[in-house]
Design a protein around this ligand. Structure first.
Ligand code: GLN
Length: 192
């Protein structure tokens, strides 16, 4: 089983490294051929407006949407990846191309200037012990549909969620040495 990391912009190498540490064959995905080889896809942090525009132009957005809908691709989005996966963005830029995969409404850059970047321990539903959360100009989930499971929250709002084979975190597990979130996503890919 191969898992890809969307590699048009953002924190790509860190995710590849985490997947490899989990014993997974990981490949960068920047065109249709590599996308067709993977069962799971990680959308990294970066700038959602840039990533959205580039995957739309490369025709990847359409394939990702189709394969997610027909159940042949699991997707895990971190930070900017969460913005791209959200069905609704409360303060998104007009015409920001997005994937709109999950029934969540998110707010971009939701933590304000004082808390723009920070680290904190999080209770994550699926794990017994707290998880280190690295937040860098992160979004939050303001609303979620019934089919969405909230996996972690901060006072400001929800910061991790799962809907079927789609997973998203507002924080960056790839910037820690804790492999549990990647292992959790790998388990989702194996279920497909
Ligand atoms: N604020 C960025 C965005 O909305 C995300 C930041 C990040 O991925 N670290 O695209």
């Amino acid at each position: 089983m191969k898992i890809g990391v969307l590699s048009v912009q953002g924190a790509v190498s860190e995710h590849l490294k985490m997947l490899r540490l989990c014993g997974i064959e990981a490949l960068p995905v920047r065109e249709q051929n590599s996308l067709s080889k993977v069962k799971g896809l990680i959308i990294p942090g970066g700038e959602s407006t840039t990533i959205g525009k580039l995957i739309e132009e490369a025709g990847l957005a359409r394939t990702i949407k189709e394969r997610t809908r027909n159940g042949s691709l699991a997707v895990f989005g971190t930070c900017a990846g969460m913005v791209l996966m959200a069905g609704e963005v409360s303060d998104g830029l007009e015409n920001q191309p997005r994937l709109e995969l999950m029934n969540i409404k998110v707010k971009r850059n939701a933590f304000g200037r004082q808390r723009e970047s920070f680290e904190t321990n999080l209770e994550f539903n699926a794990f017994k012990k707290p998880l280190p959360g690295v937040f860098i100009r992160s979004p939050i989930i303001e609303e979620a549909g019934e089919e969405v499971d909230i996996l972690a929250s901060l006072p400001e709002g929800a910061v991790a969620a799962r809907q079927g084979s789609m997973l998203t975190t507002a924080f960056h597990p790839e910037l820690t040495d804790d492999l549990r979130v990647h292992q959790y996503f790998i388990a989702i890919c194996k279920e497909l």
